[in-house]
Design a protein around this ligand. Structure first.
Ligand code: PMP
Length: 292
């Protein structure tokens, strides 16, 4: 991944892809003082760009640092990165971290860096599986109590248990893992939020200890537009046997059907298929509609 053609935006300007390096004594690497975003562009427009940039700035503040570029400047740098790479449909990854000026737990005066890369990533999961429905593992790791970590930040440190859970899932031949929270309630997947359908209504866990994804909120809006009731509540794993459909949402994952989690089975049905199609429509660039 570190030696491709193209450019990465780094600290205010473009550098060749392979030259976008950082020092090994970066605080972000040793102590996880690093926050990031995952965005997708469709037809040349980054979907909900400003919401992503605002979340990035807020994630940094939660980790006690301020990214020294404004929301407008970061939005523009993301657009420029996409254009510089010549992509219309791509994944965009802004990442901000503390530099190497102070090598200890405290790092108040370290320099704050920001990089933005874009690459083509058509489907996070196998496209055929996305329609048939994924098989998910039940993760051993649980989302921690919000009193033990800043759970609203999209911060590198929160992904340690996600990588462990995703590796364990893939070893078992599963596409991903569903994680419970510290109370034993259903939480989310390693990089996506989760929804269930029961008797025509959507049920999804209340995001009180995990990311309230931008895709999650978009899909809740799409469901409401279709008068499909959405119930946000605590969901216990033993309730899953009564759920008929299941799907997950995320910028990378988009809306993806789930067919199985451990021993619970689901059948991708009308509501999942409708929301998959509605999401595909919703992400289309506004300019295309204006021109039509
Ligand atoms: N949960 C986790 C752990 C994630 O990494 C993501 C992807 N950013 C999500 C949920 C979904 O968030 P979004 O819809 O904003 O991409």
């Amino acid at each position: 991944f570190d030696n491709r053609p193209g450019h990465i935006w780094l600290d205010g300007g473009f550098v060749p892809w392979g030259d976008a390096r950082l020092h090994v004594l970066s605080h972000g690497l040793h102590y996880a003082s690093s926050v990031f975003e995952g965005e997708r562009a469709y037809g040349g427009e980054i979907f909900k760009l400003t919401e992503h940039t605002e979340r990035l700035k807020e994630s940094a503040r939660i980790l006690d640092f301020e990214i020294p570029w404004s929301v407008e400047e970061i939005d523009e740098a993301c657009r420029q990165t996409l254009a510089k790479q010549g992509f219309k449909d791509a994944y965009i990854r802004p990442v901000a971290w503390r530099g190497s000026e102070m090598m200890a737990v405290a790092a108040q005066s370290s320099k704050i860096h920001l990089a933005i890369a874009a690459w083509e990533w058509p489907s996070y999961f196998d496209p055929e599986l996305r329609m048939k429905g994924l098989t998910l593992d039940l993760a051993e790791w649980r989302r921690p109590d919000p009193r033990t970590i800043p759970c609203k930040a999209k911060a590198a440190g929160l992904y340690m248990i996600c990588t462990l859970s995703k590796h364990a899932a893939e070893r078992k031949g599963c596409a991903d893992a569903m994680m419970l929270d510290w109370r034993g309630q259903v939480a989310e997947c390693t990089g996506a939020n989760i929804f269930f359908v029961k008797d025509g209504a959507i049920h999804t866990p209340t995001p009180d200890c995990f990311l309230d994804g931008i895709t999650r909120r978009t899909v809740i809006g799409l469901a409401k537009d279709r008068q499909i009731p959405v119930i946000e509540r605590a969901i216990l794993p033993e309730e899953l046997s009564g759920m008929q459909e299941c799907f997950i949402t995320g910028t990378a994952a988009e809306v993806t059907a789930v067919a199985k989690i451990a021993d619970w089975n689901f059948t991708p049905g009308d509501i999942t298929k409708t929301l998959m199609a509605d999401y595909t429509t919703a992400v289309q660039p506004k300019k295309a509609f204006a021109a039509a």
